[in-house]
Design a protein around this ligand. Sequence first.
Ligand code: PLP
Length: 376
Amino acid sequence: MSALAYLDHNATSPLRPAAFDAMVEALRAGGNPSSVHTAGRKARAIVDRARREVASLVGARATETIFTSGGTEANNLALAGTGRRRVLVSAIEHDSVRQAVPQAEILPVDGDGVLDLAALERALAAPAEPALVSVMLANNETGVLQPLAEIVRLAQAAGALVHCDAVQGAGKVPVDFRGLGVDYLSLSAHKLGGPTGVGALVVRNGAPFSTDRRGGGQESNRRAGTENVSGIAGFGAAASEAASGLDVSGFRDRLELALVQIAAGANVFGARASRIGNTTCISMPGVPAETQVMALDLAGVCISAGAACSSGKVQRSPVLEAMGVPAAEAACAIRISLGWNTEAADIERLIAAWQDLYIRVNKSDISHTHRRARAA
Ligand code: PLP
């Protein structure tokens, strides 16, 4: 068994060995992709190859794929670059979408975290300027998949553009940029076994796009700045491997079945919806998420309390709030996310540690009750 059971892939998935090797090779090669000499052309070839690999993961053209510093920058570029001032976003979008467009109109989700299509249709029917709709593919906390095909159909009928944050979906479910019909799609390398600090924005050929990143004209004038060649190489290698998919739903199902049997009243959020196969958001009633994270960490199991994107941040989950989960229950919800290197032993270790904690907490509750009863 490995030293740690790392079950926090939605925060960052460990670097795949193929990505590591590609990065080392690119670092050794050196060179600036804009230089015309041999070393420069070598670096350019590395970037071009990775661009094809990343584009191919999501069924896009290489010419539509712009490398960025990650999912956050891709979302910011998309939301600022379409020229649309009216923006509609779902209530469960990642902060990098919500905060990029604070003026956006918020679309509600149902109790399973699925976008309310009737609310989208009503918003699109309002006699206002043409909109940009931004809805994620898979939610980072619950794994719930959004009805993108329906969203695109409604948006196109109303003349709206569609941006999709596919950061958590790509590499976990097949993504077909062209088939989906979205205009913009965001990706992040470190969610699929590539390095941190690199991502991509896919912009459909012909879709409006302008940028404020000015400088040396890199990325076809769409995102200036010397490319992060080694990061991009790692992203390409990870995307190639991720293209064969992630089949961990068997582990996920085993885990959920065991956990709901251990803890009375444990709830899997979004369970009735269609979800990516790697994510479980579950509550242990009465036990704060931070306590669970710490107890599991001591047992060598890494998970998170909801979305853990900035260090140590523990706040009420807007996702669970939008789903109507009571605050007290949401405070006891943890996120477990599996990935390319998850093994059966990791799952068993998590189950055992969770059970230990549940027994410990309930024993101390029972002994308090007994002490109180004796004192009375
Ligand atoms: N979008 C979603 C859905 C995410 O889960 C995250 C990160 O957790 C991001 C965007 C941001 O990606 P990055 O960390 O590459 O900036």
